[in-house]
Write a protein that binds this ligand. Structure first.
Ligand SMILES: Cc1cc2nc3c(=O)[nH]c(=O)nc-3n(C[C@H](O)[C@H](O)[C@H](O)COP(=O)(O)OP(=O)(O)OC[C@H]3O[C@@H](n4cnc5c(N)ncnc54)[C@H](O)[C@@H]3O)c2cc1C
Length: 460
């Protein structure tokens, strides 16, 4: 919801800045005259789509900096990534419009002739020599941007790992598009709010792009850690989850239950996000006083499937974070309902540990009900731990297990028994979250109020 609201607000700001420019041009008698409507329309689409595309991309560049202060307004780093993705898609759609408007010049000339064509916009004089290059760079960057967006959305075309490497070219494309816009933005724009806004965005976005190219994103929150212990939970390596205890340096700022970190054991592989599956302080410290935290890693892909072989106690690793706002903090009037699917149980393990008798008291906790969806309860190695933690939790947490092997799939209606006003925290497969989102819409139609908070395990 917040992601949509910020996207809509940003689109409105960009559009308003451009409309103000149109209004200023008209009030100064610059835009109309003998200009044919079709040519005027083409110019408007060209400029508005350019403002949209660069404006969206600039904000996306900023969001890629992973700054913790971005999390609160958006509801967590996973939501920051969601907005980043939608801004990227919107920028590409606007770029298609921009390209279409540019190409339309030839078609209009063929159909209507050049009569009534507006004079070419003057650009900044000191950049006039760069016009040809700026046009070419804009065109090539546009094609590359389209390819990047297609491989991002069409996930089967390119697996995550090569996609991540390809995605790193984005700051270079952005800088090319900044050059294109700097040279080709009408000179009159630079004396108006739209030009000031674009100038500020280009400057800030370029700083973010350079920051990214220098490999500095997240560096201030990266800690040299160590694998303290590794345990396979179950007896099937490569299928059962792995529990990894990590020892952090004394500078580690600590985490809140439900937050996640980026963990890296191999610089070539890069960092993977994992929820900290322990409450703050719950794992204690190493004999030399380094704080410990726990990760529970399910082998969901090729890299995580071989971790049981490669991870050894004493191995150096890096941890970046903590990130996320999936913290269970909510209003007191709504009933707390937690929904976990598979390894999506990890943030709830941390929350449950924070409710154990020996945990430090946390303000704002209230009774909750946990729905745990598992493929096969009889062989679920995490289930006994969940049951034990729920049994001891205070304030209490009651538990319902939905065992898919027995045909017990959670339906949104199952949550109705908790009341009409619900505060629902969901972590699990996308389909589960989507089903509950639809359930929330149905409940709203029946006078209920479900507030849904989702932790997305997908960042692409
Ligand atoms: C906020 C968050 C918290 C998570 N917490 C846990 C957890 O507690 N336990 C757990 O088992 N899993 C967790 N995951 C999922 C975990 O990150 C992926 O399963 C893991 O990275 C898969 O890597 P792979 O190379 O083995 O699989 P691949 O087959 O390469 O990837 C499978 C999917 O995992 C995601 N992924 C892979 N690499 C990365 C990366 N470097 N950064 C972001 N996403 C990536 C992509 O969506 C990809 O499509 C979490 C994910 C997120 C976003």
């Amino acid at each position: 919801m917040r992601v949509r609201a910020v996207w809509a607000l940003w689109s409105a700001i960009l559009t308003a800045a451009w409309m103000l420019a149109v209004w200023i041009e008209q009030s100064q008698g610059l835009g109309g005259g003998d200009i044919q409507l079709v040519w005027l329309l083409r110019r408007d689409v060209l400029l508005l789509s350019g403002v949209w595309s660069l404006g969206m991309m600039s904000l996306a560049m900023w969001l890629s900096l992973r700054q913790p202060w971005m999390e609160r307004p958006l509801g967590g780093m996973d939501q920051v990534y969601r907005l980043h993705k939608w801004l990227g898609i919107s920028a590409a759609v606007a770029a298609v419009l921009h390209w279409g408007a540019k190409e339309a010049g030839g078609w209009i000339k063929a159909g209507w002739g050049t009569a009534g064509r507006p004079p070419r916009d003057a650009m900044l004089a000191w950049l006039a020599d760069g016009r040809g290059l700026a046009k070419d760079m804009g065109e090539w960057a546009f094609y590359a941007l389209l390819v990047l967006v297609v491989v991002t959305l069409w996930q089967r075309l390119l697996p995550y790992k090569p996609w991540r490497w390809v995605h790193r070219v984005m700051p270079v494309l952005y800088l090319a598009l900044v050059w294109h816009s700097l040279v080709l933005l009408p000179q009159t724009y630079w004396q108006q709010p739209v030009g000031w806004l674009m100038g500020a965005l280009m400057a800030l976005g370029s700083v973010a792009a350079l920051w990214s190219l220098l490999g500095r994103i997240g560096r201030a929150r990266r800690y040299a850690a160590e694998v303290y212990a590794v345990q396979l939970l179950g007896d099937k390596p490569g299928q059962d989850p792995l529990e990894v205890l990590c020892a952090l340096p004394a500078q580690w700022p600590g985490h809140r239950a439900g937050q996640f970190v980026f963990a890296s054991w191999d610089a070539r592989e890069g960092a993977h996000p994992f929820t900290v599956a322990s409450a703050p302080g719950a794992c204690g410290c190493t004999p030399d006083g380094r704080p410990l935290l726990r990760l529970v890693i399910k082998p969901l892909g090729d890299y995580t499937a071989q971790l049981h072989r490669s991870l050894q106690p004493g191995m150096a690793m890096q941890i970046e974070g903590p990130y996320g706002c999936f913290d269970g903090q909510a209003g007191k009037k709504a009933a707390q309902v937690w929904v976990a699917g598979g390894v999506g149980i990890t943030p709830f393990l941390a929350w449950l540990e924070a409710r154990q008798p020996d945990a430090a008291p946390t303000a704002g906790q209230q009774p909750a009900h946990l729905h745990y969806c598992t493929r096969d309860a009889a062989h679920d190695v995490l289930l006994p731990r969940v049951q034990a933690l729920c049994a001891e939790a205070s304030p209490p947490v009651s538990l319902t297990v939905h065992d898919a092997a027995q045909g017990q799939r959670l339906q949104p209606q199952d949550l109705e028994r908790h009341g009409a006003v619900l505060d629902i925290w969901v972590c699990g497969p996308q389909g589960l979250g989507n089903a509950l989102q639809q359930g929330a819409a149905v409940a709203k139609g029946q006078g209920g109020r479900w507030r849904l908070r989702r932790e997305a395990f997908e960042m692409r």
